[in-house]
Design a protein around this ligand. Structure first.
Ligand SMILES: *[C@@H]1O[C@H](CO)[C@@H](O)[C@H](O)[C@H]1NC(C)=O
Ligand SMILES: *[C@@H]1O[C@H](CO)[C@@H](O)[C@H](O)[C@H]1NC(C)=O
Ligand SMILES: *[C@@H]1O[C@H](CO)[C@@H](O)[C@H](O)[C@H]1NC(C)=O
Ligand SMILES: *[C@@H]1O[C@H](CO)[C@@H](O)[C@H](O)[C@H]1NC(C)=O
Ligand SMILES: *[C@@H]1O[C@H](CO)[C@@H](O)[C@H](O)[C@H]1NC(C)=O
Ligand SMILES: *[C@@H]1O[C@H](CO)[C@@H](O)[C@H](O)[C@H]1NC(C)=O
Ligand SMILES: *[C@@H]1O[C@H](CO)[C@@H](O)[C@H](O)[C@H]1NC(C)=O
Ligand SMILES: *[C@@H]1O[C@H](CO)[C@@H](O)[C@H](O)[C@H]1NC(C)=O
Length: 478
């Protein structure tokens, strides 16, 4: 019995360890909120989005132009995730999305965009969501049915269990970030949902904004929105309350209940991710790292961004069936009922003191942060272009062949990677094309790797035959 309890404790500790939890995008290069800093630590963790990742992850912005992909070409999206997927200990959901827009930009510095009209227009700052979407997030009520544990939240949807203080991360809406499918309109178009919860796939596909419109209480005029935000007004999220809403400080200006059309895209793919083990940023069993082969949309867009989120939920409570009215206990399967769990202190709250044995007055404090128990991590690419194919390449497959990693050895660059090709081996059908390109930074952290320091550089060498080359090398060493 004792060892059983110990084992259970250890699993809990492993799941909630706050400093070791991550998702990193490796192809296309994920920023993890870096820009061009030469330090291993990123300078501005809140630059553009809330990653909740380790400060050392990510790649610097590419110098000299941007990557472009041809419409309908095949791009292997690769990442590493740290808390396992398709394993028994937790629910894992990976969400892949993209957005395109003429105003999107990588920015020019590590300075975070201010929440002002001037900030939105200023090329210095990275921009992937617009100001209006952030202000709407800030002026509207959060969804008060959501489970918040013992976190004290503000009224606005910038305040969530994972971000109770409403910390600003670029123009990302914290509630939109933490929950999917989101009930408010967003500009993110769904690509795929990889989840061990296959029973939720039809729900996800039916409720994706790709196929379903959204309704929202909205100030259509941007000046009214700015004014409401300035006055710290909070507007409701239901139709009845929206239509009845009238704040005298706005002198008769009222928000309207508006339908936002769907993105009119195919429903996202939804299937099980490959198994990855816990506390490991690496490959899937018997293969390279986790990959999703994305067939790019047939559009023409100068600026697009790819986003990956990693939702890792503890098995200790059912996140989908838990609301603000729920009482949540930890390890509750060990007890006859909830009142026993309650008496022994097994309530899900910050650092609870639990009484390990029924008849012995011995308490242990658990290190639990209720912000992080059931948690979403994120990474985003830099901007890339999607280009129409030249006439002569219209109807044949195009495979993207890229380079991942940054200068240095694995210890110097971790949790980024050493250089490699993506995919590492590519076998293509006859009459296909390969689109080979890579991008790098001239400000990688110093002191890593050989050659000219602080730069990414890569080469391609043709081999006549991989097998013969290896055999030859083998003979030399004999
Ligand atoms: C943009 O922001 C930078 C950094 O705050 C500032 O130096 C610059 O004057 C701003 N540019 C404009 C056009 O406002
Ligand atoms: C993450 O999972 C929880 C359920 O555990 C769900 O309520 C939430 O919407 C999910 N968030 C995202 C971004 O997938
Ligand atoms: C809304 O508020 C304005 C100003 O406070 C007031 O003049 C108006 O009669 C109100 N309208 C409704 C429908 O309550
Ligand atoms: C992705 O594409 C590569 C190269 O064509 C292929 O080897 C691999 O099996 C594909 N993986 C998945 C998960 O579709
Ligand atoms: C992609 O779109 C272009 C322009 O609209 C069209 O000419 C072409 O046939 C489309 N290609 C495919 C494969 O759908
Ligand atoms: C909520 O709980 C019910 C009853 O246990 C279960 O059937 C259902 O699948 C749960 N819903 C989700 C989304 O997990
Ligand atoms: C809970 O379990 C305990 C111990 O088995 C029992 O004494 C108590 O009556 C139960 N309480 C409820 C509400 O079922
Ligand atoms: C358990 O021990 C603590 C500290 O020694 C004491 O304060 C507390 O009153 C004890 N509780 C019971 C139920 O005996």
């Amino acid at each position: 019995m004792f060892s059983h309890i110990l084992v259970t404790c250890c699993i809990v500790f492993a799941i909630i360890n706050p400093t070791l939890a991550d998702i990193y995008l490796h192809n296309p290069r994920g920023s993890n909120n870096r820009h061009n800093e030469k330090t291993r630590q990123r300078s501005t963790p809140t630059l553009n989005f809330d990653s909740q990742n380790n400060e050392r992850g990510g790649y610097n912005v590419g110098d000299d132009g941007a990557i472009y992909y041809y419409a309908n070409s095949i791009l292997p999206i690769q990442w590493t995730n740290q808390h396992s997927c398709n394993d028994v200990n937790s629910d894992c959901t990976l969400l892949l999305q993209y957005t395109c827009g003429d105003t999107l930009r990588d920015g020019q510095s590590t300075a975070k965009i201010p929440v002002t009209v001037q900030g939105e227009a200023n090329e210095t700052y990275r921009l992937t969501e617009d100001l209006a979407s952030y202000l709407h997030c800030r002026v509207r009520s959060r969804n008060k049915n959501l489970y918040t544990a013992d976190q004290g939240l503000k009224d606005s949807s910038i305040s969530t269990r994972q971000n109770p203080g409403g910390t600003q991360n670029g123009y990302e809406c914290p509630e939109e970030r933490d929950y999917y499918p989101y009930w408010q309109p967003t500009n993110w178009i769904d690509i795929a949902i990889l989840t061990n919860r296959q029973d939720l796939c039809s729900y996800y596909r039916e409720n994706s904004q790709n196929v379903q419109s959204r309704f929202a209480c909205t100030f259509e005029n941007k000046d009214d929105l700015i004014q409401a935000d300035k006055l710290k007004i909070i507007i409701p999220i239901t139709r009845e309350q929206c239509q009845a809403f009238n704040d005298s400080r706005l002198n008769g200006v009222k928000p309207r209940w508006i339908e936002y059309p769907s993105h009119n895209q195919p429903a996202p793919e939804c299937y099980s991710p490959s198994y990855t083990r816990e506390n490991h940023l690496g490959d899937i069993a018997g293969s390279d790292m986790p990959v999703f082969n994305w067939t790019l949309p047939n559009i023409s867009a100068k600026k697009c961004v790819l986003r990956i989120r990693y939702n890792i939920s503890t098995g200790d409570y059912d996140g989908w069936n838990t609301s603000s009215r729920s009482d949540v206990y930890i390890m509750k399967d060990l007890f006859a009922n909830e009142s026993v769990a309650d008496k022994r202190g097994y309530r899900f709250k910050t650092n609870p003191e639990i009484q390990l044995f029924d008849s012995l007055n011995l308490t242990l404090k658990l290190a639990i942060n209720t912000q992080q128990y059931g948690r979403v991590f994120q990474d985003r690419s830099y901007t890339f272009e999607i280009r129409q194919r030249p006439a002569e390449f219209q109807d044949r497959p195009i495979y993207n062949l890229n380079v991942r990693g940054r200068r240095g050895n694995i210890v110097q660059v971790y949790p980024a990677l050493e250089y490699d090709f993506v995919p590492n081996r590519l076998e293509i059908p006859p009459n296909s094309y390969v689109h080979i390109q890579w991008i790098g930074s001239n400000t990688t952290p110093p002191g890593a790797g050989q050659g000219k320091a602080e730069i990414d550089r890569n080469n391609l060498l043709l081999l006549t035959n991989r097998v013969r080359f290896l055999a030859h090398k083998y003979r030399v060493y004999q």
